[in-house]
Design a protein around this ligand. Structure first.
Ligand code: NAD
Ligand code: 0WE
Length: 267
């Protein structure tokens, strides 16, 4: 018997087999959850359908989270299909490319609004739309990044959005607590996904990460999946409003470890 046997899990933000959402989907499926999948737009359908088939998901619905109507529609369809939901995963983030470079003060009003809408408000809106059908003992989960807490050069507007997302996680945890529903976030280290590859300088970041992190290894989407199993199952009963780092320990360091350089030189 799996840790999520008999539970219904809905995952938002699957783009391809590199997506953090895919690592999470596979792990939830492995633990016995019935999977439902939602993706952003038509362009992704031919990628997402075969992945959904791999995990036996027969609920596969398009939902662009910039639209209240599409959020309401996917919630209604989920209600008709599953009846009740136990797990909702939000693995969505977006900012205009020009807001992810240069000076943060050059962020435009429209760019600020867009990033906050897609990366933060969408989690709140999904929480509201699904609240009536989430079972006691259920869990909501979102994905964040350390650029919310410390300055990651060029992450700019997304850092501000992630700070708001982490705060929203705590406020939602308060809202849902009395219903026995938990709300948490995974703060993942850099992963080579579609969203990350669209970023200049990401390769260097990925390499520098290994040097700084106590464990000297990059993280994988499987690591995120296993952390998601913990945060969405009874294994984390009474854990709510937390930002759970899956980052090889990167965030605990104040300075690069001189040993790391010696190791590289083979000393
Ligand atoms: P990804 O590109 O695979 O996933 C991002 C998803 O957001 C895509 O599926 C995309 O379709 C979806 N999306 C964007 N705009 C949308 C909209 N309007 N409506 C619905 N969906 C929309 O990349 P990923 O790295 O797996 O990103 C998933 C989450 O993980 C994001 O919140 C990201 O910020 C976070 N994260 C990523 C990393 C990393 O290094 N890759 C690290 C920490 C956190
Ligand atoms: O959250 C993210 C990715 C966020 C992201 C990426 C893109 C690229 C393409 C949001 N919107 C867009 N829009 C696009 O048009 N990460 C944690 C990965 C990431 O992105 C960075 C990073 C890291 C790490 C951007 C700059 C600096 C570091």
């Amino acid at each position: 018997m799996g840790l999520l046997t008999g539970k219904n899990a809905l995952v938002f933000g699957l783009a391809n087999d590199k997506s953090i959402a895919w690592g999470i989907t596979q792990a939830l499926h492995r633990e016995g959850a019935n999977i439902g999948i939602s993706y952003a737009g038509e362009m992704l359908e031919k990628r997402v359908r075969p992945l959904a088939a791999q995990v036996g998901a027969d609920f596969v619905e398009q939902c662009n989270v910039d639209s209240d109507e599409q959020i309401t529609a996917v919630a209604e369809k989920a209600k008709a299909h599953f009846g009740e939901i136990d797990v909702l995963v939000h693995s969505i983030g977006f900012a205009n490319k020009n807001e992810l470079q240069g000076n943060f003060y050059d962020t435009s009003r429209a760019g600020f609004h867009l990033a906050m809408d897609i990366s933060v408000f969408s989690f709140v809106a999904l929480a509201k739309a699904f609240q009536p059908m989430i079972r006691r003992g259920g869990a909501l989960l979102t994905l964040t990044y350390y650029g919310s807490v410390k300055v990651a050069p060029n992450y700019n507007m997304m850092g501000v959005a992630k700070a708001a997302l982490e705060s929203a996680t705590r406020y939602l945890a308060r809202d849902f607590g009395p219903q026995g529903i938990r709300v948490n976030a995974i703060s993942a280290g850099p992963v080579r996904t579609l969203a990350a590859m669209g970023v200049s300088g990401f390769r260097d970041m990925h390499r520098n990460f290994v040097e700084m992190a106590p464990m000297r290894e990059n993280i994988t989407i499987e690591d995120c999946g296993n952390a998601a199993v913990y945060l969405c199952s009874n294994m984390s009963a009474h854990v709510t409003g937390e930002i759970h780092y899956v980052d090889s320990g990167y965030n605990i360091m104040a300075a690069p470890d001189p040993n790391s350089l010696k190791e590289q030189k083979g000393e």
